[in-house]
Ligand binder design. Structure first.
Ligand code: CA
Ligand code: CA
Length: 222
């Protein structure tokens, strides 16, 4: 009898888990050892909403149409170090808790200022790895190639990357190649898409809840 209750509880907990809708995840921080500090093109400019036409924060529903990113270089992340001379530069995103990631939405580098349009400074080849321990260790890299350039207009809505990973609380991007400028590569903004990983405590509560509900429903069905 007891094991039957337990099996039902696990099924209920499983159903609750799969019923969660994916949400937007705005990283709580971003760091890059080579962010361009002097030009104010910081790693955090890729996560704090600077340059977006409207905020997109953790818990928001995944929008049918994404906000657009402007063309101000100071609202984007850009590396200050020549990527050809110093390959393997990174930007690492930290999340507020563990998520099961189901996708990435990214706005590529979108500068269009005094020097004219510079979408060639966007990322074309990107390696993505995730961490479950807050960024101490990372798993295997997933490579994305042929990423599209931004429009170099303030109407750029970014693009989606298919990336699935469970129990993620930090994500590292390694810049491999720029689109046409392989030197000072950048990213305008990044959001992740996914679901909160249920904590063991809440799974336990669900199991207790299921055990309490079950006997009652059995009685009523008789
Ligand atoms: Ca930005
Ligand atoms: Ca800035």
């Amino acid at each position: 009898m007891k094991s039957a209750f337990l099996a039902s509880a696990i099924v209920v907990a499983g159903l609750v888990g799969t019923a969660q809708a994916s949400i937007i995840i705005q990283p709580t921080g971003a760091t890059s050892p080579t962010e361009w500090v002097a030009a104010n093109r910081l790693a955090v400019d890729a996560v704090n909403g600077n340059g977006l036409s409207s905020p997109l924060v953790t818990g928001d529903a995944v929008p049918a149409t994404y906000p657009t990113h402007n063309t101000n270089a100071g609202d984007m992340f850009q590396t200050s170090v020549d990527l050809v001379q110093t390959p393997g530069q990174t930007i690492t995103f930290t999340l507020d808790q563990a998520y099961n990631i189901t996708g990435i939405h990214m706005w590529n580098y979108n500068e269009n200022g005094g020097s004219g349009p510079l979408p060639g400074r966007g990322v074309e080849v990107l390696d993505v790895a995730f961490s479950s321990d807050g960024g101490t260790t990372f798993g295997a890299e997933t490579r994305f190639d042929n990423l599209p350039a931004a429009s170099a207009a303030a109407t750029d809505a970014g693009f989606d990357l298919n990336y699935v990973a469970n129990n993620v609380n930090a994500v590292r991007f390694t810049l491999i190649e720029g689109i046409s400028d392989n030197r000072f590569v950048g990213i305008a903004e990044v959001r992740f898409i996914g679901t909160v990983v249920p904590e063991p405590a809440s799974l336990g509560l669900l199991a207790i809840g299921a055990m309490q509900v079950l006997p009652r429903s059995r009685r009523t069905s008789r």
